[in-house]
Design a protein. Sequence first.
Length: 180
Amino acid sequence: MFKEIILKIVHMITTPEDTWRKLSVDEDHETFLNRYLYPIFGVVALTSFVGGLIPDGNVQEALKTTIISLVTVYGGYYIASYILNEFLPRFGISKDEPKVQQFVGYASSLIYALFIILPFLSDFFILWIFALYTAYIVYTGYGVYITGKEEARMSFTGVASGLILLTPAAINLILSFLIN
């Protein structure tokens, strides 16, 4: 199962249009949740905890880091999915909560990869700049996975990318301030 997840993330980052095309054909919502999203959240929690232990072995700090990371990815995913689903009629697309949840989950692949890798490379926080590539993943997914009018593509890409990138960032900022 983890091999599948890693391959999906790598394929989404390297060949997003082909990956969106494959996902639009053969993925149902329950499979998405149980065989992709929830395991990723588990791995994010595990790597955050282990990465939090590495500097000084402080379990309390590792748990704080784990809570912040887990709530950031989980809350960011659900809030971005909900808001994007509410915005769909403005783009001439009917609401479809499961499909939007899958779209946001797969479009966030790069962000999840960064949350998995960066606890071990805390000095390389500049790698977060790669998260901007999410806009291209969203852009390619609009014509294939979420279909709508071509003239709404850039607006949709801006709104969806903003939600996918800024919602977790805002949650992380708030929780880091409150917990630490």
